[in-house]
Design a protein around this ligand. Structure first.
Ligand SMILES: Cc1cc2nc3c(=O)[nH]c(=O)nc-3n(C[C@H](O)[C@H](O)[C@H](O)COP(=O)(O)O)c2cc1C
Length: 401
């Protein structure tokens, strides 16, 4: 039984007779837990109607690039960011050529150019088209760009010929798609992660908190599990479900988060602090609801423990990764945090009313002692996987990303 729980699969269907098999593929991807959106090329739409894919996927089907109504619903850039994986099945010889050229004059090609999701193609064509030197050269270019190739198989073809060029079956493609997420880059590692906001009580009904949704941390937890790590997630209050196989410990306040981290950190070799931990808490928590008597009210606050700095300062500190959420001078503040807290890596992002918090996308700057790396805007799920790969590499080769 394969799992694609919470995964976003954009299925591109181009102009091959094998397009009929993609209807079954949509069912299999959905049954494995994925959300599926189908993009048809003009050739693909000649073989299977949008209505079939719309009914099976439960989502509108897109096919036009220069279409105001379609762009208003979900633009090509939004689709490019939405996808965790773009699977093109079938991939016709003509579409493979467009992809190799980096064209952007139809919706599916433009999405492939605008994404940083993993792209996989399942070629399907006549065996003579398959062995043609033009196709071979196009495929070689795609491999150099890390585009995955599923199949093709060999055997009887719709045209009556026998040879290579048959698209793999739906169950084989669904399994290969699920395998993309199981990277193994963190196998053998134990990851301790914090996520979400904290709440600092003022009285029995009120608290101080922040706008963190926990989405970034939960996405990293999911990616770390898929990379083979054992993951403990210490979470502030969020509406999110814990990813399967993740051990979640619920806390409310910064002090509770600190205590839980200290209890679990000795068993972990990687600590990733994504939680937005309150710097201060009220000195006194009123026993009863504070009444509206005065025109002004002064809350006296005291510092909370600095979880990140305390973990980094431990004698046998794990590989320690902190997040810096800043509203200005991102790189400067992030570098100061890297140095002042003595951590191995800082992942910095700009935050504000309409940026980062509560959103599904983010843009990240990664800083280590001797390196920096910018990750372009992408879904937090895609970024989670990129980050786990970078952390795995950095941990194995300290002091370079
Ligand atoms: C009946 C029929 C079957 C076809 N099957 C294939 C095929 O399996 N693979 C392929 O690469 N092209 C096939 N073609 C040719 C493509 O449909 C044609 O190159 C088309 O322009 C591809 O559209 P696309 O670029 O939107 O994929 C077929 C054409 C016809 C008429």
């Amino acid at each position: 039984m394969i799992s694609l729980n919470n995964k976003h699969i954009l299925l591109g269907v181009s102009g091959s007779i094998a397009a009929y098999k993609s209807a079954e593929l949509v069912r299999q991807l959905k049954n494995a837990g994925a959300s599926v959106r189908v993009v048809l090329t003009s050739g693909g739409a000649e073989f299977v109607t949008p209505l079939t894919f719309q009914a099976l996927s439960g989502n509108p089907v897109s096919s036009e690039l220069l279409d105001t109504a379609a762009e208003a619903a979900m633009s090509h850039i939004e689709l490019a960011r939405w996808a965790d994986v773009i699977l093109i099945a079938p991939a016709s010889a003509n579409f493979i050529a467009r992809l190799a050229q980096g064209r952007a004059d139809d919706l599916l090609s433009a999405i492939c150019l605008a994404t940083n999701a993993t792209i996989a193609i399942a070629p399907a064509m006549n065996q003579q088209m398959w062995v043609n030197a033009a196709t071979r050269e196009n495929l070689q270019q795609l491999r150099q760009r890390d585009i995955l190739q599923f199949g093709p198989g060999e055997g009887d073809q719709a045209c009556g010929e026998v040879g290579p060029g048959r698209m793999l079956e739906a169950n084989q493609l669904a399994r290969l798609t699920a395998d993309i997420f199981e990277t193994g880059s963190l196998s053998g590692h134990t990851v301790l992660l914090t996520a979400g906001p904290t709440q600092e009580s003022i009285d029995p009904v009120r608290y101080l908190s922040n706008r963190s949704s926990g989405k970034m941390g939960y996405a990293i937890a999911q990616a770390a599990i898929e990379a083979g790590a054992k993951v403990t997630l210490i979470s502030g209050p969020t509406a999110l479900a814990a990813p399967p196989r993740v051990e979640r410990i619920n806390v409310r306040s910064a002090q509770q988060m600190f205590d839980a981290v200290m209890q679990h950190v000795t068993n972990s070799d990687i600590f990733i602090s994504t939680a937005a931990v309150a710097d201060y808490r009220p000195v006194n928590i009123a026993g009863q609801k504070i009444k509206k008597t005065e025109d002004t009210l002064i809350l006296e606050l005291q510092r909370n423990p600095d979880i990140l700095a305390r973990v980094a300062a431990l004698e046998n500190a794990p590989f320690t990764v902190g997040f810096a959420a800043e509203t200005e001078s991102l790189e400067q503040h992030a570098r100061e945090k890297l140095e002042s807290k003595g951590v191995d890596m800082i992942i910095a992002n700009l935050v504000g009313e309409d940026i980062a918090f509560e959103r599904d996308e983010n843009t990240l700057l990664i800083l280590a002692a001797d390196n920096k790396q910018q990750l372009a805007t992408a879904s937090k799920r895609v970024l989670g996987r990129q980050l786990t790969d970078i952390i795995a590499k950095q941990k194995n080769t300290p002091r370079s990303i």
